[in-house]
Design a protein around this ligand. Structure first.
Ligand code: MSP
Length: 643
């Protein structure tokens, strides 16, 4: 009996929207969870977002938002993206969840009391020295310093020292090395395992687990003047989400008694393969069983990035190709584990040859012929069908062959083994030629061939379900099959297709795409941004004139439930009434603000804040954290423009 299966993606930073690179890991995790469930295992699939730290706080500040409200907004993009990619997780963890915070504080307390294998304190206070950028509000890494300056702010990096707590890593390294060497901690692919062993040979310094200068984070329970370092906050999401802080039974089931698999790209190998196992050992917990590190995807040969303008939006890809084809095209473009290039020029050809031709045509042909020759019902199986024996023996071995690939993270091999059978089934039909048999009037033989072909299609729908869940359900419906036999056991069982089932075929499952009509995945390059701010901060009048500032009268105001900083305002803009959400609840009571004439930016992009649509932004002056509304000093009607 196989153990429960627990698979995770990294929790993604919310300083940016998700792109198809994040989608790649999430689809892969979804694929593994679904496949293992087919095989009869209980599976738990975790994903989520990493919301603390300076990076996120800065991104929020740049938008003039408090970090929590900002995170609430960006998280919805992740949730929506996973929905559009058919990523069906069991739990979505956010590091700002109260549950996660509680678990982190528990873990930090445990770590603070822990002793290393050689009897020293696992956590100790120390001093962090480094080059600091006040613009970034963080210590800079070597790569972030150019000629002594911060590479972003171009200001001199300052030598600073900060009081921090440290994790004593060194005593754990030989134990991790042993676990990696004897495959108690399996690191895949082998190239990454060698990389980890290389890092272990070099040795690594202790790492700091807290920050004094950062405020957006979880306070250390034993020293509230410090917050947990983002990685110390983030890595334990894998245990906080399954009950480490509050549900021992659940935690036991999905950590101690499960096969724990972490998926990620190579950018975060060190944290997962070294820091995380060491932290777990110090806390007296087992290490993950397997860490699979896949490659880094480029797009059309270039590194994916905001500035390169080549980030592929998951929604755009699913709009063009559909959710299942998107999953197939992404996971099947290069082997899982290798670096690869998302070549959109190959997508249409691949879609047409694999999905529209090989698979789509097979389904259409079989269903149409059953309609035409067998009164629309699955015919009875027959013994002597030409080529059936070979097909049956191929189908017999296939489910276990594919599951073996899946268990070893060989996604492209799992797909290509299944495709071999799809192509063989097409050849079987060509050879058996039921249309010829029908002409000869041998309808029993026709039925025998078509039963065999439909049976093979049924096996295919099971094996491809984890990669193309929607379409495979659609195909099963055509042949009168529901989800109750969507199991690997059923794929292993010949004659599991009940004869007499109604076949209802309407349109082809993967309609052909016309390469000339398929739009580009990469959003058209943005107009190069014209320099709008000169060196001393002057803007042109034309640029200022783009802002529509208007006088508005506040008609009503109420506090937003669960957000102590937000007010929901209904405002009158003269020609229209609107709703805006403003972060001023701690400065103005709702009854005070009603009736005031304020100034708003009327042409700001709408935003959803805490699930409430906000169309516009009010202006307020700020000093020492105090906000004062910008108002007009004579009576002027709502809607008047401000310039
Ligand atoms: N927040 C940390 C992870 C904490 S996990 C305890 C983080 N976040 S991230 O948003 O930067 O996500 C990195 C991960 O996103 C990669 O490890 C990978 O899973 C996925 N990818 C992002 N861009 C990618 C590519 N271009 N190619 C492949 N995967 C990519 O690091």
């Amino acid at each position: 009996m196989l153990k429960n299966f627990y698979v995770s993606t990294p929790i993604y930073y919310v300083n940016d929207k998700p792109h198809i690179g994040h989608g790649y890991t999430s689809i892969a995790a979804d694929f593994f969870a679904r496949f293992n469930r087919l095989a009869g295992r209980e599976a738990f699939f975790l994903t989520g977002t990493d919301e603390h730290g300076t990076k996120v706080a800065n991104a929020a500040e740049a938008k003039g938002m408090d970090p929590r409200t900002f995170c609430d907004g960006v998280v919805t993009h992740f949730v929506e993206a996973w929905k559009s990619l058919g990523v069906d997780y069991n739990y979505f963890v956010r590091t700002t969840d109260a549950r996660h915070e509680k678990a982190i504080q528990k873990l930090l307390t445990v770590l603070n009391e822990a002793k290393t294998p050689d009897g020293r304190d696992a956590i100790y206070p120390g001093v962090y020295e480094g080059l600091y950028c006040t613009g970034c509000e963080k210590f800079l890494t070597e790569g972030e310093i150019v000629d002594g300056n911060c590479s972003i702010h171009k200001t001199p990096a300052q030598h600073l020292t900060e009081r921090n707590y440290f994790f004593r890593l060194e005593p754990y390294l030989p134990i991790i090395k042993e676990k990696v060497e004897n495959n108690e901690l399996v690191i895949l692919p082998d190239e990454r395992r060698r990389e980890v062993l290389g890092l272990l040979r070099m040795g690594l310094p202790d790492f700091s687990i807290s920050r004094e200068s950062v405020t957006w984070g979880i306070k250390l329970p034993f020293d509230p003047s410090q917050v947990a370092y983002v990685w110390v906050d983030a890595l334990p999401n894998y245990i906080s989400a399954i009950g480490y802080g509050d549900d021992p039974e659940m935690f036991e089931k999905w950590w101690a008694n499960a096969e724990v698999v972490h998926l990620m790209a190579k950018d975060i190998l060190k944290f997962h393969c070294l820091y995380w196992p060491a932290m777990l050992m110090a806390a007296g917990l087992k290490c993950p069983d397997k860490i699979f590190i896949h490659g880094y995807a480029t797009v059309n040969g270039e590194k994916m990035g905001k500035s390169a303008g080549n980030q592929i939006d998951p929604h755009r890809m699913t709009e063009i190709y559909g959710v299942d084809a998107t999953r197939y095209l992404l996971l099947n473009q290069y082997p899982f584990g290798a670096d690869g290039d998302i070549k959109e020029t190959e997508f249409v050809a691949r879609y047409n040859s694999d999905l529209a031709n090989d698979l789509g045509n097979l389904v259409s042909r079989v269903a149409k012929m059953i309609n035409q020759y067998c009164h629309g019902r699955i015919p009875e199986p027959r013994a002597n069908v030409v080529g059936k024996k070979e097909m049956m023996s191929m189908a017999e071995d296939l489910p276990d062959e594919v599951f073996d690939h899946v268990r070893n993270f060989r996604i492209t091999d799992a797909i290509s083994s299944t495709w071999n059978m799809i192509r063989a089934t097409n050849r079987f039909l060509e050879n058996a030629a039921p249309w010829k048999l029908a002409k000869e009037g041998d309808m029993e033989a026709v039925g025998g061939v078509l039963y065999t072909a439909a049976e093979l299609v049924r096996v295919v729908t099971i094996l491809l379900y984890p990669i193309m869940p929607e379409k495979m359900r659609e195909v099963r419906k055509i042949f009168g099959l529901d989800d109750s036999t969507l199991t690997l056991d059923s794929a292993r069982t010949w004659f599991d297709l009940p004869h007499g089932n109604m076949v209802t075929f309407k349109t082809s499952v993967f309609p052909r795409l016309d390469a000339d009509k398929v739009p580009s995945l990469v959003a058209p390059p943005r107009e190069p941004e014209t320099e709008t701010v000169d060196e001393i901060g002057l803007v042109t009048y034309d640029h200022f004139a783009k802002m529509r500032l208007r006088v508005a009268e506040v008609i009503s105001a109420e506090k937003v439930k669960g957000a102590d900083k937000l007010l929901r305002l209904q405002i009158d803009l003269g020609s229209e009434k609107r709703q805006i959400v403003a972060g001023i609840a701690q400065h103005y009571a709702p009854e005070i603000i009603v009736g005031k004439k304020i100034v708003v930016v009327a042409n700001l992009e709408p935003a959803t804040i805490r699930g409430i649509e906000s169309r516009g932004m009010l202006l307020a002056a700020q000093k020492d954290g105090q906000l004062t509304l910008v108002t007009v000093d004579k009576d002027i009607p709502a809607g008047a423009s401000v310039s």
